[in-house]
Write a protein that binds this ligand. Structure first.
Ligand code: 5GP
Length: 201
């Protein structure tokens, strides 16, 4: 059995995180997506329990108070957080748990789980990002401006990540992620029982 893995995926709005993560999930049933809670209103193409658990600000604050979240942040005026229960359970089963979260949350997760793998998706260039963000047609002008400015802030943390994945095409970027997961699962520090087995022959 491959060892379980916590894969954290960050990247600016519009870079294609959602599409790449969906493609990865199609590739291997061992991937489990951690659905976050948010106080943001659903976009037209989103649904409860699939993209997010949609909460009012009051409900979200109640979750924080009850310690139901592994990490949470306020991003562009809304709350986002990772429910605690799924992550440990699925890693123990040998699954690859994917968190699609922003930079502050990612760095908090790294502190809690030093073995996790932090990956940041970058666009081929910044103009391309703005084009994609406008092209998806789901955000208001105010939200686009806020997200582009947030992207510039997030780029300052690139060197805290383990891997940078350029999204020049969805197929290439997905394949790069699959390679990262395969290599990480072969690391000696994740395979102590296999090492013991062969050491004791
Ligand atoms: P969006 O509103 O575009 O779905 O998400 C905005 C940002 O919040 C994205 O960068 C997304 O990765 C991040 N995000 C989504 N869920 C979580 C979460 O549970 N925790 C943190 N820290 N960020 C999240």
């Amino acid at each position: 059995m491959n060892p379980g893995l916590l894969l954290v995926v960050s990247g600016p709005a519009g870079v294609g995180k959602g599409t790449i993560v969906r493609k990865m999930m199609e590739n291997d049933t061992k991937f489990v997506f951690s659905v976050s809670a948010t106080s943001r209103v659903p976009r037209a193409n989103e649904s409860e329990g699939k993209n997010y658990y949609y909460k009012t600000r009051e409900q979200f604050e109640e979750m924080i108070k009850n310690d139901e979240l592994l990490e949470w942040v306020e991003y562009c005026g809304n709350y986002y957080g990772t429910p605690r229960d799924l992550v440990c359970r699925e890693i123990e089963k040998g699954n690859v748990v994917i968190l699609e979260i922003e930079v502050d949350g990612a760095l908090n997760v790294k502190r809690l789980f030093p073995d996790c793998v932090l990956c940041f998706i970058i666009p081929p260039d910044f103009d391309e990002l703005e084009k994609r963000l406008r092209g998806r047609g789901t955000d208001t002008e105010e939200s686009i401006i806020s997200r582009l400015s947030r992207a510039k802030e997030e780029f300052k943390y690139l060197d805290k990540y383990d891997y940078l994945v350029v999204n020049d095409s969805i197929e290439n970027a997905t394949q790069r992620f699959i390679s990262i997961v395969q290599a990480e699962q072969m690391r000696t520090n994740r395979n102590q029982s296999l090492i013991n087995k062969f050491k004791n022959i």
